[in-house]
Design a protein around this ligand. Sequence first.
Ligand SMILES: Cc1cc2nc3c(=O)[nH]c(=O)nc-3n(C[C@H](O)[C@H](O)[C@H](O)COP(=O)(O)O)c2cc1C
Length: 351
Amino acid sequence: MNLFSPVTLGDYSLRNRVVMAPMTRCRAEAQAVPSGLAIEYYASRADAGLILTEGTGPSAAGIGYARTPGIYNATQIAAWRKITDAVHARGGRIFCQFMHVGRIAHSANRTIPDPPVSASAIRAAGEMWTDSLGMQPYDLPRALELSEIPSVIAEYAQATRNALAANFDGVELHAASGYLPNQFISPDTNKRADAYGGSIENRIRFALEALTAMIAAAGSPGKVGMKIAPGMKFNDIGHEDPLPTYLALAKAISPMALAYLHVLRTGIGAETALREVYPGKLLVGGGFKTREAASRFVEEGHADAIVFGSSYLANPDLVKRLEQDAPLNTPDPSTFYSAGPKGYTDYPVLT
Ligand SMILES: Cc1cc2nc3c(=O)[nH]c(=O)nc-3n(C[C@H](O)[C@H](O)[C@H](O)COP(=O)(O)O)c2cc1C
């Protein structure tokens, strides 16, 4: 078993263990429709074992950043279908990552007037980019009513049906990086006194219900994965001693037989602890920059596949470069979230 050997994740046999990380690129068109440029961006990376898309809104309420796509209407589904078809034409596999941002939002970035929702009405510290007003403080979210939670869960189910209609191979629940499921998981952002707050069991309930709904809509757990990042402080998501919560979450999802659990390394060693308790396939990402480091991690059995973020962003032919141990292009952070083709579809490939 090595980085370039096939692996079965849920319903699919992947041709290698190199996974493209979900990466928001802020190139979507008005009304959260993926752009035509995204076809080439993803298709040129189709020799990954698996592509995970940029964070995608399961509903209009779930969108909070400028120029990010959704998967909640027919126009978006049709645009995504061109992307999935292009990836499939090159023999690739692609899952859609569902990113409901919750409180990480500003009204200038949204297509609906409703305030953002969260587990509790606590504003995130800091500011975010808007195209019309520049940097702005995050909006103050509204706490979801207990009676509303089923409808938010139902959005994940509908988004799953939409993803299958768009010919995605599967879907990933983004439960990391301070977005809505993470806002329920972390006690700092969840002050609820009902069945969704307080104990670990209650704080992980939202994520478990979202996964259950996605599995039912997908018709198979082998088309569903989840991303977590225990210990990540991004987007003002504090969580003291997060490991017990995430170990409980991993144990709770074990019987679901998901395609995979995807863990972003944050330096607290959660990926090692999770490997011990989680019997399913584990994808690990965060800071893998060389063939040597990624290969060793897989060969030593710490993960079933490696997720590459910024290196994949800057190297459409990453699999080939890793196979040949060729030098990698350096990512340019100034174009990570800028509009247009620069830094998106113009990174050079090996000839
Ligand atoms: C430009 C950019 C956008 C990102 N957007 C997302 C996102 O939409 N969803 C997500 O789960 N992670 C996102 N991430 C995090 C990556 O998926 C990955 O976890 C992170 O980059 C660490 O991997 P690396 O060290 O290989 O870059 C983003 C990272 C970058 C660089």
